[in-house]
Design a protein around this ligand. Structure first.
Ligand code: HEM
Length: 486
């Protein structure tokens, strides 16, 4: 008998006699169907891939912790934020948006900044980006927007015609388009970028008093960018440059960390603030609502297994804990559906049971059965509610904070919307060098667009943000701009 500890087995645990030679009829003979080990090996191999994420397919992840450094419990009853020094284990995944699973990382694209906090009251997920804003304001536009970021259905190529056609017809994108073509569009590493919750969320304290919040994760490593030409070169040399940097830095004990801040808006201010505070294309001024320290996030452990921990990670903006709730942001509301639905398709109805997604507290629901149920499925316990058998009961203090709604049900545009002031402010904030790089990046990206009317429509938006911005892009593209566009 061979050493049992080292013995190779089938997935069912039976010892494998030969893993190098299939069973054949004679030494040259055809392969016998009775070689079930061979059949299992080939069949399982065919099923190794799960669908890649429809967006944010390429990513890297790491484990770490979040520690409270400032007591903000007067604003939220979230238990994991209840006292200074409290640490919560967490997992982070950073990603590009448009590229496929094997695509190059040093491209111009927003970066996903997805966080899972394993709290004692269930998992809290904050699924943000490295930009505080987004391209669109309503979830109904998301599939169309993403089609323009992916491949042309005919050529199967990335297509700036689609991208700029959509952006020029969706001026709400201008603020994020400006962000994206600025220095932050290509982070030097995943450690050198900030993260943002982007949406407005609601915090509720133990008195039931609500406030609105926005999250900011500021990289202690500083924010650094790659120049476009350098990034393009790296993309060819090492498409996995960012994944490698994150892995190696954690492996060598150089743990990246972020200081975490919140902007807090008193609940009533939302009615009269100069911007719609639930519009994800806008920021709140830091003069109106300064950043308040909350804590610190440290990533200090690499995954042991990429597929198990990073590919199977399922982050959902709908994973809240008591004390943190959704705001009426139309994008966020759509996302509350989109993610868990993607997870059910991508990794199954019981994806919450996978070790990376499992909460640290015991999940006690009346959900039963379904593919790949891997716990004891509730054993013999009661599987309906209400019941007379002491099954789990609802926890009234965890009910959502009630809120008023008003108005007619209709498909409505944002009222008095201004897509240009904040984009122009961002442009005016940039140093002369930064402006040069922004203009060059926009020009490089727009140059291949075939139709002048699309370019001019976009240039009109740049003009509205700042005449200098519009004039410089037009000059870079060698276009003369009709008076009515300026
Ligand atoms: C991933 C939908 C807007 C950040 C995804 C996925 C879907 C999706 C289906 C793949 C999930 C998976 O397979 O695990 C949407 C929809 C949006 C939207 C419908 C608009 C209504 C946004 C916004 C942000 C964002 C505004 C950031 C502020 C992310 C991130 C990931 C992601 C970070 C990757 C999560 C991970 O690492 O697994 N999105 N998204 N998305 N999205 Fe969105």
């Amino acid at each position: 008998m061979s050493n049992e500890k080292k013995r190779l087995t089938t997935a069912s645990g039976a010892p494998v006699g030969d893993n190098q030679n299939s069973i054949t009829a004679g030494s040259r003979g055809p392969v016998l169907i009775q070689d079930v080990h061979l059949l299992e090996k080939l069949a399982h191999f065919n099923r190794e891939r799960v669908p890649e994420r429809v967006v944010h397919a390429k990513g890297a992840g790491a484990h770490g912790y979040f520690e409270v450094t400032n007591d903000l419990s007067k604003y939220t009853k979230a238990h994991f934020l209840s006292e200074v020094g409290k640490r919560t284990p967490m997992f982070a995944r950073f990603s590009t948006v448009a590229g496929e699973l094997g695509s190059a990382e040093t491209v111009r694209d927003p970066r996903g900044f997805a966080l899972k906090f394993y709290t004692e009251e269930g998992n809290y997920d904050l699924v943000g980006n490295n930009t505080p804003i987004f391209f669109i304001q309503d979830a109904i536009k998301f599939p169309d927007f993403i089609h323009t970021q992916k491949r042309n259905p005919k050529t199967n190529l990335k297509d700036p015609n689609m991208t700029w056609d959509f952006w020029s017809l969706s001026p709400e994108s201008l603020h994020q388009v400006t962000y994206l073509h600025g220095d932050r569009g290509i982070p030097a590493t995943l450690r050198h970028m900030n993260g943002y919750g982007s949406h407005t969320f609601k915090w509720v304290n133990d008195q039931g008093e609500p406030s609105w919040v926005k999250y900011h994760f500021i990289a202690e490593q500083g924010v650094k960018a790659l120049e476009e030409s350098v990034a393009t070169e790296i993309a060819g040399d090492n498409p996995d440059y960012h994944t490698e940097d994150l892995f190696n830095s954690i492996d060598s004990g150089d743990f990246p960390a972020w200081k975490v801040y919140v902007q807090i808006m008193p609940f009533e201010d939302a009615k009269s603030y100069k911007w719609d505070p639930f519009d994800v294309t806008k920021t709140w001024s830091k003069n109106d609502y300064p950043r308040i320290e909350l804590g610190r996030m440290v990533l200090n452990r690499n995954p042991e297994n990429y597929f198990a921990e990073v590919e199977q990670a399922a982050f959902s903006p709908g994973n809240f804990v008591p004390g943190i709730e959704a705001s009426p942001d139309k994008m966020l509301q759509g996302r509350l559906f989109g993610y868990s639905d993607a997870h059910r398709y991508r990794i199954g109805a019981n994806h919450q049971q996978l070790p990376i997604n499992r909460p640290i507290n015991e999940a006690k629901s009346y959900q039963r059965d379904g593919q790949m149920r891997v716990d004891n499925n509730g054993g013999g316990s009661v599987n309906y509610e209400p019941n007379s058998f002491d099954g789990p009961r609802e926890d009234t203090p965890s009910k959502i904070n009630p809120f008023e709604v008003y108005g007619e049900a209709d498909s409505v545009v944002y009222e008095n919307d201004d897509h240009f002031t904040q984009a122009g402010d961002l442009y005016r904030l940039m140093s002369p060098d930064e402006k040069d790089r922004l203009i060059q990046a926009v020009v490089n990206h727009m140059e291949p667009v075939e139709r002048d009317d699309i370019k001019l429509r976009q240039i009109e938006h740049f003009y509205k943000a700042d005449p200098d911005y519009g004039a410089r892009v037009a000059a870079g593209l060698g276009l003369s701009v009709p008076e009515e566009v300026k």
